[in-house]
Design a protein around this ligand. Structure first.
Ligand SMILES: Cc1cc2nc3c(=O)[nH]c(=O)nc-3n(C[C@H](O)[C@H](O)[C@H](O)COP(=O)(O)O)c2cc1C
Length: 363
């Protein structure tokens, strides 16, 4: 297990093509169904120095549903009051639904819109969207053009390294260049194939090649566990940004660590600490505090409901895998009946079972 070390050298603020879109902080948090809701984004923001405003994604949203969605029928709000810097991710392929969805979301003042070209779930494939778009360049280009036509804000695409299991770099570059020529403002590459799902090695070398071939900003995603991984991607592979996904459920302070490494030393609002947890032990302690805070945020948006409890359990199912004995913790949370019960359990467990956080997730 590696100790994260606060004494390593800070790096100068980076130059990234994202700056051409007004984005000054090159790290962001991914769209994740069941996780990237309003309470999660607020948890991430609670660990952010006041001077930075990174891009944070929503969960993927179906364009078939959005236009007729009644906000009041949802279990809670999609965004917080005055929330800025968020990007709704759209699953879609038909102009009238994409247009209707954008129109519905514009009053919430999103920073931009993202098109999902990576989801391999079978019910999404049945709609011919998600990773299906990646298999058909003309079709994907038409979805980009339609989205651009209706969006007054930047449009991005999040795609995988390949459909199926076979990587073909030539096709990937041809595909991404076509997205660029169709008007997409930037893109994110999840460096795994469709067949890999969320498992196994992410092919970071691919994203470096794509970044070299394109003129628009290219962001890397996949297999980022720590701030060092995110920095490596930026500097060794010369990409414009790095998108953190599951590791943000274990280390919701990871953007704060990255901010300090880029010499942003102001502290988050409403926190007394001037620096994030760095050592494995500090991170282990902070993890339990983050779960407690998250339970309060969930309650404030969704009430102490079965829905909120399910979201908390899902968050812990992912994040606890970075704890040394995360399995036992997760099973304790799973037995809780409501959020009050969760808080009692977490307080007691944290006191009796202090433990370090590991560099990578445990399987
Ligand atoms: C629970 C879960 C839900 C996800 N939902 C989405 C989604 O809605 N849209 C999307 O583009 N990717 C989604 N992903 C993929 C992540 O955004 C990311 O590409 C993937 O987890 C790889 O990054 P990681 O290895 O750092 O976790 C999801 C991943 C997980 C684990």
């Amino acid at each position: 297990m590696n100790q994260l070390n606060s004494n390593s050298i800070s790096v100068p603020r980076v130059s990234s093509r994202l700056q051409s879109l007004g984005v000054n902080f090159p790290f962001m948090v991914a769209p994740m169904v069941g996780i990237s809701h309003v309470a999660f984004r607020e948890l991430i923001r609670s660990y952010l120095p006041e001077s930075i405003s990174p891009l944070l994604f929503t969960e993927m949203l179906s364009t078939l549903r959005l236009p007729n969605e009644k906000w009041d029928d949802l279990p809670g709000p999609l965004t917080s009051v005055g929330e800025s810097g968020f990007i709704p991710q759209l699953l879609g392929n038909e102009e009238n639904y994409i247009a209707g969805s954008i129109e519905k979301l514009l009053p919430l003042h999103p920073w931009g819109f993202d098109i999902n070209m990576g989801c391999p779930a079978s019910h999404q494939l049945a709609h011919n969207w998600g990773v299906r778009l990646l298999g058909d360049i003309d079709y994907a280009a038409s979805v980009v053009q339609v989205t651009k036509k209706h969006s007054p804000y930047p449009v991005s695409v999040k795609l995988r390294a390949a459909t199926g299991g076979q990587i073909d770099l030539e096709y990937l570059i041809q595909f991404t260049k076509r997205m660029e020529n169709s008007g997409v403002d930037w893109l994110t590459l999840h460096c795994r194939t469709q067949n890999q799902g969320h498992h196994g090695y992410a092919h970071w070398d691919l994203v470096g090649e794509v970044a070299k071939a394109l003129t628009i900003p290219v962001v890397a995603n996949g297999d980022i566990h720590t701030w060092q991984d995110a920095m490596d991607l930026l500097f060794q592979y010369q990409v414009d940004g790095a998108m953190i996904a599951r590791a943000a459920t274990a280390r919701p302070w990871i953007l704060w660590q990255l901010a300090q490494k880029l010499n942003y030393y102001d502290k988050p609002k409403n926190r007394w600490e001037t620096s994030p947890p760095w050592t494995a032990e500090e991170e282990g302690q902070e993890y339990f505090r983050a779960v407690l805070r998250f339970s309060c945020l969930l309650e404030s948006y969704f009430g102490d409901t079965p829905f909120a409890l399910k979201k908390l359990t899902f968050f812990v199912a992912h994040g606890s895998r970075w704890l040394l004995f995360g399995h036992a913790f997760f099973h304790g949370v799973k037995r809780c009946q409501n959020l009050v019960h969760v808080r009692d359990f977490v307080n007691d467990y944290a006191e009796k079972n202090p433990q370090p956080m590991c560099r990578t997730a445990r399987t």
